[in-house]
Structure formats: C-alpha cells, structure tokens
Ligand binder design. Structure first.
Ligand code: PEP
Ligand code: MG
Length: 572
C-alpha cells in the first residue's frame, strides 16, 4: 500500500529502488537452544564469524584506501578494536557454554546487555559508542547468517538501505557498491554522516521515524532527498513525477556544468567569493575544479573522531600539506580542533561526561586546556603553510583573551620551528569563528585580535535560539529565519565592512541557494560552502542584483517573526 512519510533532508538527490532493511539495534532473533555436544562447535562458529567480520573490515579498509577521506580509516580502527574486545567476546562465549544458546541468540543477548548499559548513561560520548557497538554486532550477525543461508550481503546496487543509523565510513562503502540512497529512522542534517553523504552525493533522508515498521525487504521505495520525504510502494502518478523530476535534474546538472568557469559576479557587477568547506581529498579536487576561491573551512576534528589514538604532528602535517597542495595556491583555511559536545571522540581528549556538553569544554576551550596537543596541531599547520597560503581559524571563540592566547601560542610555535630550521609559513593569518552570541555582541573587543572572521551559523543559530542542532524533537524551532539571527548576521557583516575585516559565513545556510539572496541582502560577499552546491549558489549570485538586494535589508530586519521574514524572502 502506498505510504508517504516525511523526514529531514540530510543529503539531496532522488532515488528509486528496492528496500534493504538493516535492524542491528533490534536483532529479531528467536530464542534458540543447542544440544550440549554442539556447544564447542557453536563457540567455534562464533569465533569464525568474528574472524570473518575482521577480514571483511580489513578488506573494506583496503578497498577504500585513497578513495575517501583519510580520516575515515580511523573509524575502521575503532571497529577492529571492538571486534577484539574481550568483554564482548567472552560474554557471548559464556552464554553459549552456560545457557546453551545458539551463537546468534547469545550475540543478541550480549548486545542487549551492553546496549542497556550505554542507554542508562545520558552522555553523547557513550551514545556514539553504542552506535559503533551496534554496527560491529551487525557485522558479526551478518557473518553468522551468511554461513547458514548464504544470504546476500547488505546493500546491493539498486537498493536503498533503511536502518536506524548509519556510520560515516559505511556510507563510502555503500556508495561504492551502488546503493542508491539511505534512509534512517534517527539522525539529523548536521551529523557527520550527513556531511559525508553530501560529499559522496548519496541521497540521505534522516529522522523518518515510522519507516522501519512500515517496510519490508524488497518493497519499492522512492526517496526524495530534495523534500526530505519517502514514498513506500509509489503509485503511477508518483512514478511519473519521479521520472519528470529526474529528467529535470539531469537537464539542471548540464545547465549548471556550464557555470564551472563562469565568474561569481552579481548582475550589477559585484564580485562574490565562494570558498569550499572541504572534508575529503575528493572535496578538495572538486572545489579546485569548480573554481572555488579557496578552502574556507577544513574541519580538522574529523582526523581525531572515533579513533583511539591522536594523530601526531607529522601525520597532521602531511594531511594539511596535501590539502594546501591540492588547492594550487588558493588560500586554505584550516580550523583548529573543534572536539567536544556532539563531536565525541575516542581519544579521551574531550571529556567523556559533562552535564551540558554543548556549553562545556569544546572547541578552543578544549584546545587551550590541552596545550601540548594544541601546539602540535599549530606546528603542523604552520609547517603546511610553507607550501601555500594558509589561514588558521579558531572555533567557538567567546572572548578576546582566548584569541590572544591562541595568537601567542601561534607566535611561540612559529619561533620554535624557525629556531630549529624547519620550513614554516610566513604571514599566517589567524581568524575567529563567530558561533557564540557573546562573541558576536562584543566584536569591538575582538577586532584587534583577529585577521578575519567566519560565522558558523550552525552553532550560532543553536546558541542564539537555545535549540539543539542535533535534536529532531526541536527541529522545527531550528531556523535561521529568526529576527535575532538576521540582526546578528547583519551587524557582524556591517562591522566587518567598517573595520575592513573579511567576514565569511561557513555554516550550512551558505550552501543553500534558497538563502543566497537573503545573505547578499544582509551584506555577505564571502560564502564558504560544500562544493556540491557551489554551482547552484554561483548561479543564484549571478541572477542577483546586489544593490537592489541591499536596499531590502531594512524591511527584512523590521520583520517581527519567521513568517514575516519568509514573506519577504519569497519576493526578494
Ligand atoms: C558552524 O557551526 O556553523 C560550523 C561551520 O561548524 P560545525 O558545523 O563544524 O560546528
Ligand atoms: Mg560550529
């Protein structure tokens, strides 16, 4: 029966395919007992499955080497570690031996036990570890099944994966196998999986709460990543519309391709700069090919996430240097570590438990509290700056004192490098992210301590509106179209112009063509966005009259609510 459900747009695109369900969190396994004399064989079967899961993981790591962000390799380390975890394995062994359960049922019992422990702790670090546990258990489960009934491996060409959550490193694998799209019952548009799905051009619709209960393997599913919707068993009208829109997207792609070498200039002749938010070597190559003015945001915490060890100075240096070389002389903005809050790590750097992590030891606060680590990162960046223009961007700045401390450390690191004869960038600019309302409201005190600013609207909106960016229970309230947000953006951009301080916006709104005219009206001339939307934003810029839009700033700022802003926006 046709069923339409809605969710959240995490990665755009249209897809039509057969459902492939994965339910690792609720392993549907009946209680199965075995005979006493079958126990040792069953334990062996379990260990074979774990070994096969390990081999599969290693093979996957080799296949993906070089084709995806190097930092994704680190996720593999964590999963390999879990596959060797004595607590997980000995627990299952004991259940088979003492309870005489089948390996599959013992695996489910042990997984449920550990999941209960994770669930009882209200902490983002443990929540993200629970996801890893489920993914690893799913891998062993698939191996146990494969042995029994040679079931097809998960996610084939022409299929759409429907699951509760998806890990970033899985996405690359799924896309390489020809999986058309992913739909999750949880998740959000600002998760790392969403960011990587966009990098891979893999449609992803998140937070479709009821879907898992409504579909079966093999059902036909239409995924509308443009509207954040899915249709189970679409009817003839849906299919006709799908075909029409798909032909339209193809025509659109060809039209956009013509803009690859076009200048990003408004109809009235104002040059706008488009920088790239790059997460992987592919993003860097795409940004370069599409004529991005440089990299406006490189999120270095991706190198630290979900790995047990910290990348040392040399490892970081090589990655940053390749990034700089990849942009062939265009400026590259490297953001220092922004761990903490929703970006939980396995390195032990961020605090595992904080009463309110979004307001806790994150971003530059964490870096300043871990000075040797921060200095190693700064040295790696300064060394990479010997190969091309580099700017350092500091996340979550709240006060002048923090910027001054960072600058002093940058100077100290540069002097240290020079004194040992190491090549090091000359005039490396240091800028601050405007994500905390206090920084936006005290720009005057920050201005002498920064060479440029970048507004991180993903966090700025979260902190201005007190709405968690990752909580889909309040997703309706999370919108940049709030009078307070427009006021702050307008003021920061105005101050930047007055003080001749370059200001970029690097949050997701900069890459959404629906907001391009709004941002131009507020005075933005430098965008930093994922390369996948660069051409669309370039076209929106070229279709705009900057002077006329600037004259609409006043009515926008006078609007008293979201509806009022939206009414002006459609006529801009
Ligand atoms: C932001 O907050 O807008 C931003 C770009 O940083 P991140 O999404 O990595 O927190
Ligand atoms: Mg941020």
């Amino acid at each position: 029966m046709r069923t339409a459900l809605s969710g959240v747009i995490a990665s755009r695109g249209l897809a039509l395919g057969r459902v492939r369900i994965r339910e690792p969190q609720a392993l549907e396994v009946e209680e199965q007992r075995i005979e006493a004399d079958a126990v040792e064989a069953e334990v062996e079967r379990l260990h074979d499955a774990i070994a096969a899961a390990r081999d599969e993981l290693e093979a996957l790591r080799r296949t993906l080497q070089g084709s995806v962000a190097p930092e994704l390799g680190e996720f593999f380390d964590l999963h390999a570690l879990l596959l060797d975890d004595p607590e997980l394995i000995s627990g299952i062994d004991a259940l088979i031996r003492t309870g005489r359960y089948s390996a599959v049922y013992a695996l489910k019992l042990q997984r449920d036990r550990l999941a209960m422990v994770f669930d009882s702790i209200n902490d983002p670090y443990f929540r993200s570890r629970r996801e890893d546990l489920d993914q690893v258990v799913g891998r062993i489960y698939a191996q146990l099944h494969r042995r029994r009934d040679a079931a097809a491996p998960e996610g084939q060409a022409g299929e759409i994966l429907v699951t509760d959550s998806v890990a970033p490193q899985e996405l690359a694998h799924l896309s390489a196998r020809g999986v058309l799209a992913v739909v999750t019952s949880g998740g959000s548009a600002l998760s790392h999986s969403a960011i990587l799905a966009r990098s891979l051009h893999l449609p992803l619709v998140a937070a479709v709460h009821e879907l898992l209960g409504r579909v079966n393997d093999g059902d036909l599913l239409l995924v509308d990543g443009e509207r954040g919707a899915v249709i189970v068993e679409p009817d003839a009208d849906d299919l006709a519309e799908f075909q029409r829109r798909r032909r339209g997207s193809e025509r659109e792609r060809r039209r956009l391709a013509k803009l690859r070498t076009a200048p990003t200039r408004t109809a009235d002749g104002v040059d706008i700069r488009l920088f790239a938010n790059a997460e992987s070597p592919e993003d860097v190559a795409e940004a370069f090919a599409l004529g991005a003015d440089g990299v406006g945001l490189y999120r270095t915490e991706f190198l630290f996430l979900q790995r047990p060890g910290v990348p040392d100075e040399d490892e970081q240096f090589q990655i940053y240097r390749d990034l700089v070389l990849g942009m062939g002389g265009r400026p590259v903005t490297i953001r220092t570590l922004d761990l903490g809050a929703d970006k939980a790590d396995a390195t032990g750097l961020a605090l595992a438990r904080e009463p309110n992590p979004a307001l806790g030891l994150r971003g530059v606060r964490l870096s300043l509290a871990r000075r040797p680590l921060f200095a190693a990162q700064l040295r790696a960046i300064l060394r990479a700056a010997a190969y091309g223009p580099v700017r350092i961007l500091v996340p979550m700045v709240c006060s002048r004192r923090e910027m001054s401390e960072v600058r002093a450390l940058v100077t100290e690191c540069a002097e240290g490098l020079r004194s040992t004869g190491q090549a090091c960038g000359e005039r490396v600019q240091v800028g601050g992210m405007i994500e905390v309302p206090a920084a936006a409201m005290s720009l005057g005190s920050l201005k002498d301590a920064v060479d440029f600013l970048s507004i991180g609207t993903n966090d700025l909106v979260q902190y201005l509106l007190a709405v968690d960016r990752n909580n889909d229970a309040v997703a309706d309230l999370y919108s940049p179209l709030h009078p307070a947000v427009l006021r702050v953006l307008h003021d920061v951009l105005g101050s930047g112009r007055r003080w001749q301080l370059p200001v970029t916006i690097c949050g997701e709104i900069a890459g959404d063509p629906a907001y391009t005219r709004l941002l131009l009206a507020l005075g933005l001339t430098q965008f930093s966005l994922h390369p996948s939307s660069l051409l669309e934003v370039r076209r929106a810029v070229r279709d705009s009259d900057f002077g006329a839009l600037r004259r609409r700033a006043s009515p926008l700022l006078r609007a008293v609510d979201r509806e009022g802003i939206e009414r002006i926006l459609v006529r801009l």
